[in-house]
Design a protein around this ligand. Structure first.
Ligand code: BES
Ligand code: ZN
Ligand code: ZN
Length: 498
């Protein structure tokens, strides 16, 4: 469950919460009148800790202490570092560290004194949005499969943001919209973290159906027989080794009458063993996250409905399990894709692009004005950009620029990779139209993009490779160890800008 966040308009001294958090910049440690009045009720504890250099307001510093008042029982001072060097990323990080620190003290609720974040670059709406998201995302925990000592798991039930009276209604609206974003991320994390024995293609498809029912989205699904009949040989080649049969589900959100839709396609490989080119154990671990693209698409569609965005969006989840058995596809196979292009298989672990090739080609029947795919496509994405950003590439610079803009707004980092024409050579096949992989590993993320490009014809298209950003190896700020839900905020800001 997402932590409740609401807005209240009060003076500091009137707050009756268990804990109140007040932020300071390192180079501006003056107390305003409201803080001074409040400080008097706690024997000038704030002023003293600043004077004694107990609290210096360095970046991410948190000093929390007990105070004996009728209202609050704890005060948490948060350091924001130097005002000039402050960024929205630092804002989210510091609020995340604060939230987790307060939770570790087993405090169940706290209030944030919003006014104390003001500085030269302060933008009310953006700050409020990022603080709300940081609180909700940083307090995420995945405990569904724990059965022991549940009462020992510390939780924060409620966070209140104290904003001035004149802005109360505006603030409430921003907070509730920001929480729609945060909930979409959190539900994506939950679904991606769900183990692969449970979250098989049929399960994720049923989950999407339930989401559609709750949010008034249109839902359709193609099962293995229909995929086969449609001639999706590339998709079915990947899927056919597993007893867990594939599902391609389609969610439709209509917020803009008869406008052409934007199609979002998510890679939904519920487990990637690598196939006959089996992954070594240390590379196979966590491959339940290979369905993250599809999981984010479900929750982006849900958020579109909740926010009533004025766009038409179609979300496709291409679900399959890349398994091993006598019927598995093999290197050297040649398959006829849904688009008609014949594909020579080089390596069964490059399965995502096979599934996506057919899903991309199929999506053109909706006459989309743009197609976006989001996929844990390559480990090369990690080598190129690490774990905090995603390569993006496509065939339409305007669309890519819009995605970059959404990236700046959402703070989910993307970096454009080129799809140079001369690299098309890398997927030339001796015996089929193309091969799905280059014969060497160079420019792995780009080659993935070049392959996918063949299946979208001239429809504006962007590919987001979340191979690195999908998973957090450790807790840092609001990125909690495990599935990150990367791409949800990016795509929502992309759709919202339009
Ligand atoms: N699902 C993986 C990509 C991946 C790797 C995602 C690590 C997240 C973390 C994809 O299907 C894959 O196996 N790619 C291979 C391709 C290779 C065989 C050419 C890779 O990138 O190593
Ligand atoms: Zn693979
Ligand atoms: Zn994969």
């Amino acid at each position: 469950m997402t932590t409740k966040v609401n807005v209240a308009s009060k003076n500091l001294a009137e707050i009756k919460d268990k804990c109140v958090a007040i932020a300071f910049f390192e180079d501006n440690l003056k107390l305003n009148k409201d803080i001074t009045d409040f400080d008097k009720t706690i024997s000038n504890a704030i002023n003293d800790s600043i004077k004694n250099k107990d609290f210096k307001a360095e970046g991410n510093e948190v000093k929390a202490f007990y105070v004996n008042t009728k209202g609050v029982k704890y005060v948490a001072l948060l350091g924001l570092g130097k005002e000039k060097e402050f960024t929205l990323n630092k804002l989210m990080d510091s609020v995340s560290i604060l939230s987790k620190k307060i939770r570790s003290m087993d405090i169940k609720s706290f209030s944030i004194y919003f006014d104390s974040f003001k500085n030269k670059n302060f933008d009310f709406d953006t700050y409020l949005e990022k603080i709300t998201q940081a609180v909700a995302l940083s307090l995420y925990q995945f405990t569904k499969y724990k059965t022991k000592d549940l009462e020992k798991i510390k939780k924060i039930d409620k966070v209140t943001i104290i904003a001035d009276k004149n802005n109360h209604d505006k603030a409430s609206k921003i907070v509730s919209e920001s929480l729609v974003y945060a909930e979409a991320v959190i539900k994506t994390r939950d679904l991606v973290n769900t183990p692969p024995n449970i979250a098989i293609p049929e399960y994720v498809s049923a989950y999407a159906k339930e989401t559609a029912r709750k949010n008034g989205l249109k839902f359709t699904v193609l099962d293995e027989k229909q995929l086969e009949k449609l001639g999706m040989e590339c998709y079915m080649a990947v899927a056919r080794a597993s007893v867990n049969k594939p599902r391609m589900f389609i969610l439709e959100y209509k917020g803009a009458g008869n406008e052409k839709p934007i199609v979002l396609i998510g890679k939904g490989v519920t487990y990637d063993t690598g196939g006959v080119n089996t992954k070594p154990a240390n590379y196979m671990a966590n491959m339940k996250d290979d369905k993250a693209g599809a999981c984010s698409v479900i929750h982006v569609l849900e958020a579109c409905a909740r926010l009533k965005l004025r766009v038409n969006v179609i979300g496709i989840g291409a679900m399959a399990e890349n398994s091993i058995s006598g019927s598995a596809y093999k290197p050297d196979d040649v398959l006829k894709s849904y688009s008609g292009i014949t594909v020579e298989v080089i390596h069964s672990d490059a399965e995502g692009r096979m599934v996506l090739a057919d899903a991309l080609a199929y999506s053109l029947k909706y006459k989309p004005k743009a197609v976006i795919d989001i996929a844990t496509l390559t480990g090369a994405a990690i080598i190129a950009l690490g774990y905090n950003a995603s390569p993006i590439m496509g065939n339409d610079q305007k669309l890519i620029d819009k995605m970059k803009k959404a990236s700046d707004k959402s703070l989910e980092k993307v970096w454009q990779f080129p799809l140079w024409e001369e690299y098309e050579e890398l997927i030339k096949s001796d015996i089929a139209d193309i091969k799905h992989l280059s014969s060497d590993i160079d420019a792995g993320a780009i080659v993935g993009g070049i392959f996918l490009k063949q299946f979208v014809k001239d429809v504006p298209w962007v590919h987001i490779d979340i191979g690195g950003a999908v998973w957090a190896k450790q807790d840092k700020g609001y990125r909690i160890k495990g599935a990150t839900g990367f791409g949800v905020r990016l795509l929502l800001d992309f759709l919202r800008e339009r």
